[in-house]
Design a protein around this ligand. Structure first.
Ligand code: NAD
Length: 542
């Protein structure tokens, strides 16, 4: 019955290629067709029960917005309260369950997803969030698998961190779950974040109320089903959808609110923090607040860099998944000498990027997520068209007749503080600022000070002294810093992810640093031979 188990050695799930003729391609195509031809009724999941309120909203394909693929039920105040009660009811059994049993649930999630569940989650992510097959594969398959394989390993390491014991004494650390529920609020852009935000606190013994983004409901519902399939007990994770403001207001006013695991935009996170501050007197415990937020991610190019590598980093870093990654490159600083040879090929290749429906695998880019995003991105493009401080070099066409399509766009800013160099646009828009070659030092200052964010950034250079200097000079400019590589595509276990300044609390998703936020340590000291006399020797007369 007793033993000290070790978890399986973690490894990153290999990314499948989906080349023509491959088995994985055939399976995925069949699943895409099946999912596109039905409308999934998406309930709330509370205490293991599927709850249908009848108050629904449509889940559509962003690349064919007239095509409904799901109908999701909205939670009202009663359902939110039920979710809190379900989390409380599950708390004791789950938080005191042996850690290897909790971990086993999530290792099983990983293996089911690496195998039979893979096409289902990938297809739902492709159709519901408009991701091409590769973008879905690295997200809804590989990253989720990695989160839980590595999470299990880090949990074991964390639990193994034990204090020293003096003679006659045994000191132990016990890593308790938080006393209350964790509220997990996830964004639309990564199914893997949807799985990680509720999953990781749950792995550490917490119970959770999870609110997915409304535009990711289909894939996120399948994540919930996958948790259940892997044996997660009822009430450990409770999924509610609907009016984000109302749900949040109700949850953040509960005395048992013990932690927030948020990923999304900076303004929304700020509003949560404010509400939590205002409600401080209500809570039983100081809540843990973890939020990963926006970015204005840079590519800073030194004259010594390789132009071909810079071009590829811009094309992939700025336009994959339509620029809707918090890590997406959206401002680049290029030396004038290089711009002369880079501009032509960059514009030409951007213009040639294929765009359309995810079911046509020849498309490199697809649609942006919804009408609101489309309107916001179009506004920045129109401003650039009308401004004397900017010029659109390629792209700029927006067409929402069938889907929310925005052509990959490159703006050249004539001023380094032009608005699209500063704001997070969250779309396929890259702004380039061309600097005089002898102004590298001033350019590094611009990179560091132009936006309030500090999420990801890349420096391209061949000269080693330049690389060393940039790494030091930009020490606070990015939580994920890349040398001669695009600033996107962080891999769990390899580049723990997160940024500081207005980009979040930098608790590094997919690392032990994140796991630490979901436990509350108890130090236990046991004395084997208890003292029986209160007097110390110094009290004796000489
Ligand atoms: P969002 O802020 O609009 O939504 C995130 C979540 O918050 C959703 O579940 C949404 O329903 C909820 N929400 C929105 N407004 C709310 C409100 N007023 N009150 C309560 N809840 C509210 O973000 P999004 O559009 O889903 O995602 C894009 C943003 O997320 C970008 O800013 C991006 O940079 C950021 N992001 C950051 C990371 C990271 O790791 N730093 C990763 C992915 C996305």
């Amino acid at each position: 019955m007793s033993g000290i188990p070790t978890t399986p050695a973690p490894f990153n799930e290999p990314v499948l290629e989906y080349a023509p003729g491959s088995l994985e391609r055939a399976e995925l195509k069949a699943e895409l067709e099946a999912q596109a031809s039905r409308i999934v009724d998406i309930p709330l999941v509370i205490g293991g029960e599927e709850i249908r309120t009848g108050d629904t909203f449509d889940v559509v394909m962003p690349h064919a917005h007239g095509h409904v693929i799901g109908r999701a039920h909205r939670a009202g105040p009663d359902e939110v309260d039920r979710a809190v009660a379900a989390a409380a009811a599950a708390h004791h059994e789950w938080s005191t369950m042996r850690w290897e049993d909790r971990i086993a649930v999530f290792l099983k999630v990983a293996e089911l997803l690496a195998g039979p569940w893979r096409p289902k989650l990938n297809a739902a992510t492709m159709l519901g969030q408009s991701k091409n097959v590769r973008q879905a594969e690295i997200d809804s398959a590989c990253e989720i698998v990695d989160f839980f394989r590595f999470g299990a390993h880090f949990a074991e390491q964390l639990y193994s961190m034990q204090p020293l014991s003096d003679e006659g004494i045994w000191n132990r650390a016990e890593y308790r779950a938080l006393e209350g529920f964790v509220y997990a609020v996830s964004p639309f852009n990564f199914t893997a974040i949807g799985a990680n935000l509720p999953g990781t606190p749950a792995m550490m013994g917490n119970t959770v109320v999870w609110k997915p983004a409304h535009s990711a409901m289909l894939s996120n519902y399948y994540v919930m089903k996958l948790f259940e399939e892997a044996g997660l007990p009822p009430g450990v994770i409770n999924m509610v959808a609907g009016d984000a403001v109302a749900i949040t207001g109700r949850l953040l006013s509960q005395p048992s609110f013990a932690g927030l695991h948020f990923t999304g935009s900076t303004d929304v996170f700020d509003s949560f923090w404010k509400t939590i501050g205002e409600n401080m007197g209500t809570y039983r415990t100081y809540p843990r607040i973890v939020g990963e937020t926006g970015g204005k991610d840079f590519i800073a190019v030194h004259p010594s860099a390789d132009p071909a590598a810079v071009k590829t980093a811009i094309l992939r870093g700025a336009f994959e998944y339509q620029g809707q990654k918090c890590s997406a490159a959206s401002r680049a600083y290029i030396p004038a000498s290089m711009w002369k040879e880079l501009e032509g090929p960059l514009v030409e290749e951007t213009a040639a990027l294929t765009m359309g429906d995810v079911r046509d695998f020849t498309n490199f880019v697809n649609a942006v997520i919804d009408e609101r995003a489309f309107a916001k991105i179009r506004k920045y493009i129109e401003d650039a068209r009308d401004s004397d401080d900017a010029e659109i070099l390629v792209g700029g066409e927006c067409d929402d007749s069938k889907g929310w399509f925005v052509r990959p766009t490159i703006i050249r800013a004539k001023r380094p503080d032009y608005i699209s160099m500063c704001d997070e646009i969250f779309g396929p828009v890259m702004t380039v600022y061309v600097y005089e070659d002898d102004r590298w030092e001033e350019t590094l200052e611009l990179v560091d000070s132009t936006s309030p964010y500090a999420l990801t950034g890349a420096v391209f250079a061949r000269d080693r002294r330049v690389i060393r200097h940039a790494v030091d000079r930009l020490a606070q400019a990015a939580g994920n810093f890349y040398i001669n590589d695009k600033p996107t595509g962080a891999v769990v276990g390899q580049q723990p992810f997160g940024g500081s300044r207005a980009s979040g609390t930098n608790d590094k998703a997919g690392s032990m640093m994140n796991l630490l936020r979901w436990v509350s340590a108890r130090s236990i000291k046991e004395n084997f031979v208890s003292p029986v006399d209160y007097r110390y020797p110094f009290l004796d007369e000489a």
